[in-house]
Design a protein around this ligand. Structure first.
Ligand SMILES: [Zn+2]
Ligand SMILES: [Zn+2]
Length: 246
């Protein structure tokens, strides 16, 4: 079987996230990922895929595998990274999330700008609704919802004391996720003994970058039969066997 090491970073924020640096434009972040030696990236702004179409175009021009995505904040205030094979799938998912967000307006002077860009990094608008609120989507329904749109989902930064599934629920119960994200500094041994749910699952290491310099260097990889977004999604859904390295 063909085997391909895919150096990835599947958790990156753009200038559309209020906490994301204004320099995290589509061209900047995709070019930085390429300089870092990555083969595949995902753009995962809080509760929106609004800058993914622009970033996907830029990534395609550079030959970088790109997965549109979103870091969904669930009703329990747990962050879950959701990835999709293409823009259409991501937009189907977003169409189901958007109506569940509370109608709170962003206050850029307090929370930061939420900037929509085109493929030339020109600002084409801003999102008015605050994107860092909790949706009404329950954490136990996210995996199924993402899969129903052709995507995948995994709990974000489970070793963090805030906005993680573990912080929100005090545990990591079976929620239908086939992969888990642990930060670079997470103690895998300790987490594995505390949460039986992660044993045997791929443990992803992403940057959660909000600034260009935080996008991770090539290191963690997935070893897959090919590098298509569909294969990456299938692997993260536990549908094909593969090896990985943090
Ligand atoms: Zn998060
Ligand atoms: Zn994040």
């Amino acid at each position: 079987m063909l085997s391909l090491k895919i150096y990835y970073d599947f958790h990156i924020h753009s200038c559309l996230s209020p906490c994301g640096d204004d320099e995290m434009t589509p061209n900047n972040l995709v070019n930085m990922a390429q300089l870092a030696g990555l083969n595949a990236i995902a753009l995962t702004d809080h509760n929106t895929c609004g800058n993914c179409a622009a970033a996907a175009t830029v990534a395609e021009e550079l030959g970088m595998i790109f997965l549109p995505g979103m870091e969904l904040c669930t009703a329990e205030e747990a962050h879950v990274v959701c990835l999709f094979p293409n823009i259409e799938a991501a937009e189907r998912f977003e169409a189901q999330i958007a109506p569940t967000l509370p109608p709170i307006q962003n206050r850029p002077e307090i929370f930061g700008e939420q900037i929509l860009c085109d493929t030339e990094d020109r600002q084409v608008g801003t999102k008015d609704i605050l994107l860092t609120t909790a949706s009404a989507i329950s954490v136990d329904s996210v995996a199924k919802l993402a899969r129903s749109c052709g995507g995948t989902a995994f709990p974000a930064h489970i070793d963090r004391p805030s906005y993680s599934v573990t912080a929100a629920l005090g545990d990591l119960p079976p929620l239908g996720f086939a992969a888990v994200e642990i930060t670079k500094n997470g103690n895998v041994e300790e987490l594995s003994s505390r949460y039986a749910e992660i044993v045997g699952k791929p443990l992803l290491q992403n940057s959660d970058a909000h600034h260009l310099e935080d996008i991770q260097d090539a290191g963690p990889y997935l070893d897959l039969p090919d590098n298509s977004p569909e294969t990456i999604i299938a692997a993260l859904n536990g549908e094909i066997p593969f090896t990985w390295q943090r």
